[in-house]
Structure formats: structure tokens, C-alpha cells
Design a protein around this ligand. Structure first.
Ligand SMILES: [Fe+2]
Ligand SMILES: [Fe+2]
Length: 190
């Protein structure tokens, strides 16, 4: 863990805003994990690692993303930072599958998220939306993570609407799944 922490600090030292973001997201994730009885060390690490490759350009992406994925996501290149960071930490630190999955899918979430991913997904937004509704979203997340996932995406939807933009298909899939889960149409333990 120490190595990962130092690695992230060194990597983002040139980008103080991003460094503050990942440290804040890590701490928010850790606290939500404790409240919901999820592995808090893992949640903390997920927050630290998730935007590691935010400022890496093509060389890093070419090294840590398969050629199939580079092609597959060529129209969604904002996902490259998530995919490459997940692969970087898997190769260099042998992180476990749920952490890998969390880093890789933190941008849009997905259906049936593992607990670490769910917490990271919400925490990332709590900080990003901090000026508007972070306290509200955080309080919601302390009570119900599934409800907080839905609110995270809906607040993003409202933000995008102001710019005449829409949610991505994968975000809509995540939203629909968690709305159905909350309505009792899907039953799962995740
Ligand atoms: Fe990100
Ligand atoms: Fe982030």
C-alpha cells in the first residue's frame, strides 16, 4: 500500500488539483466503506488509483491498453485513463479483481457493481459535484449506496442537460439497473 501511495503522489505531484481530488475521493471512499462494512483499505486504494493516468498521453495508453481496446474505445477516449490505470496497477502491483474492476469502470459504472466500484463511483462524483451537492450526495450515500448511485447519475444528467448534452449509453444502463433494483424488479446482494 505504501508503494502505491507514493507512486500516486509522485505521479500527480505536478497536478495539485488532481492530487487533491484523488486523496479526497480516497478518504470519502474509505469512510463510506467503513459505514457500509466494506473493505476500507481497498476502497481507499481505489480512490487513490482511479485517476492515475488522467494526464498520460499516448505512450502510456499504448503500453497499458490492448490494441483491441484502443480500437474499441477510440470514440470514447476519455475511458483510456481508467482502462490504462487498471492495467498499470494490475501489472505492477497485482491488485485484486474487484479493485481492477473498480478502476476500470469508474467513469460510467456498470450493472451489478461490486461494492468497491459502487463506492468509488459515488465518491468520485461527490467530489466533482462538490460545489453543488456534495453534502447531500454524501449523506445519501451514508444511508443507501444504490440510491446514491441513481442520484449520482441523475445529477450528472441535469448538469449535461444544461450544456445540451446527454448521458452515455453505459451510464443509462447503470441508471436503469439501479432504478429497477430499487423498485424491487431485480434482486441481488451486490
Ligand atoms: Fe476518472
Ligand atoms: Fe476522478
Amino acid at each position: 500500500m505504501k508503494n502505491i501511495y507514493k507512486d500516486v503522489l509522485n505521479k500527480l505531484a505536478k497536478y495539485p488539483e488532481r492530487l487533491l481530488h484523488v486523496i479526497t475521493v480516497a478518504r470519502i471512499s474509505e469512510s463510506l466503506a467503513i459505514i457500509h462494512k466494506v473493505d476500507s483499505n481497498k476502497a481507499f486504494l481505489a480512490g487513490l488509483m482511479h485517476d492515475y493516468a488522467k494526464y498520460n498521453e499516448n505512450l502510456f495508453y499504448e503500453k497499458y491498453i490492448s490494441s483491441e481496446d484502443l480500437l474499441k474505445y477510440s470514440n470514447e477516449q476519455h475511458l483510456y485513463h481508467a482502462i490504462s490505470a487498471a492495467n498499470y496497477f494490475k501489472i505492477n502491483y497485482k491488485i485484486q479483481d474487484d479493485l481492477y474492476d473498480a478502476i476500470k469502470n469508474h467513469v460510467y459504472g456498470k450493472i451489478a457493481m461490486n461494492p468497491i466500484l459502487k463506492i468509488l463511483f459515488i465518491s468520485d462524483s461527490i467530489y466533482l459535484n462538490g460545489k453543488n451537492n456534495s453534502r447531500y450526495l454524501y449523506k445519501l450515500a451514508t444511508k443507501d449506496l444504490d440510491l446514491a448511485v441513481v442520484e449520482t447519475i441523475k445529477s450528472n444528467e441535469r448538469y449535461l442537460a444544461k450544456k445540451n448534452m446527454q448521458l452515455a449509453k453505459k451510464q443509462i444502463d447503470t441508471l436503469n439497473y439501479y432504478e429497477e433494483l430499487l423498485n424491487g424488479k431485480i434482486k441481488t446482494n451486490t
